[in-house]
Design a protein around this ligand. Structure first.
Ligand code: A2R
Length: 318
């Protein structure tokens, strides 16, 4: 039996390739010397695309794949895939929810503790010899018993809330609608920011959340407030964040995502009250393996019966 043609966008692991290669003939978009000529000649051959949250399905690929039936994406965020358009064409889009909730929540905790307890400058103080030459490192801010605001109380947001309980936090949140949870709801991001000392963004990216964290929200968070972003770079107005940090309008930030990844503004790199990680929230061997297995499962299930295990909400009715 001939294998089904699969167009791969972005990297996959050896384990994923091994698991798929029995059923699929995989062509790698980024291996093609002349991308436009390749897509023009071969695009119509692919019923299946494997991508990730960063690349999604670029416009040239979408335009060149008229016979597409399924998109399986390695990641939970799918703002780079036009899921509404695909749903309207009956094309199934699958992502990898839930399996990364714990890892992303842990990354929030890591960034929060690092920025509040000044892990990076404190490490520098220890290894530079300043402890010996200049004495003890200054006191830092405790993470205990804080008011924490969660923007986006979904799968990951709720997991973050569970982590926060271990620190005695009073939990606030903002999402499109209130949830049946014992936390304080705020109808706007600004109101949520004004009520808390630590604000974490964990909504999806895309048009509806673009710059949800803007100058006004950061001002409301206030000079003792910390902002942590483990959502998407687009959720925060980066220029406003830099200005707020430079002007002392907030105390610090922990950032895993950026507006122009992999570019990070130089101003952020130079600040001691900012902790930066290169979009690694789900980036452990264990969690990436679980995500990869789900990507494979979605494609295999589609091959078997035309359905996918974890469709994005827009495609659940298909
Ligand atoms: O729809 P709601 O009321 O459940 O709120 C969702 C919230 N959300 C928003 N909140 C305010 N304004 C918006 N325009 C807006 N759009 C969505 O974000 C919900 O509480 C949360 C998303 O939760 P889930 O769909 O369960 O996503 P999950 O798995 O927690 O991942 C969140 C994002 C991914 O899309 C990646 O961008 C990132 O975390 O890794």
């Amino acid at each position: 039996m001939s294998k089904t043609k699969l167009l791969q966008i972005g990297d996959i692991t050896d384990r994923m390739r091994d698991a798929l290669s029995g059923d699929f003939e995989i062509d790698v978009l980024f291996d093609q010397d002349d991308r436009a000529a390749f897509l023009a000649a071969k695009g119509a051959d692919y019923p299946a695309v494997l991508t990730n949250g960063h690349w999604g399905v670029p416009d040239d690929v979408a335009a060149a794949t008229p016979n597409l039936k399924v998109v399986s994406s390695y990641g939970v965020g799918y703002d780079a895939i036009d899921a509404d358009a695909y749903a309207a064409r009956g094309i199934k889009v699958a992502h990898t929810p839930d399996v990364l909730n714990d890892e992303v929540a842990d990354t929030f905790v890591m960034l929060w503790l690092a920025v509040s307890r000044e892990l990076i400058p404190s490490d520098r103080h220890a290894r530079s010899g300043k402890w010996e030459s200049e004495g003890n490192y200054p006191l830092t801010r405790s993470v205990q018993n804080r008011r924490v605001g969660i923007l986006g109380l979904g799968r990951i947001g709720q997991t973050i809330a569970e982590r926060c309980k271990a620190f005695g936090a009073d939990i606030h949140y903002h999402s499109r609608s209130p949830k049946d949870v014992p936390y304080t709801y705020h109808a706007t991001a600004r109101d949520c920011a004004a009520a808390v000392e630590v604000l974490v963004a964990i909504t999806p990216g895309g048009a509806s959340t673009k710059h949800m964290v803007n100058a006004e929200v950061l001002e409301a968070l206030g000079p003792d407030g910390f902002f942590i972003n483990v959502a998407r770079g687009s959720v925060c107005d980066e220029a406003a964040l830099v200005a707020a940090l430079e002007q002392g309008k907030i105390a610090g930030a922990g950032l895993d995502v950026f507006e122009e990844e992999p570019k990070i503004p130089d101003a952020l790199k130079s600040m001691d009250n900012v902790v930066l990680t290169p979009h690694v929230a789900s980036g452990t061997h264990e969690t990436r393996q679980a995500m990869g297995d789900l990507v494979v499962e979605n494609l295999r299930q589609w091959l078997k019966d035309g359905s996918v295990k974890t469709p994005v909400p827009e495609c659940r009715h298909l």
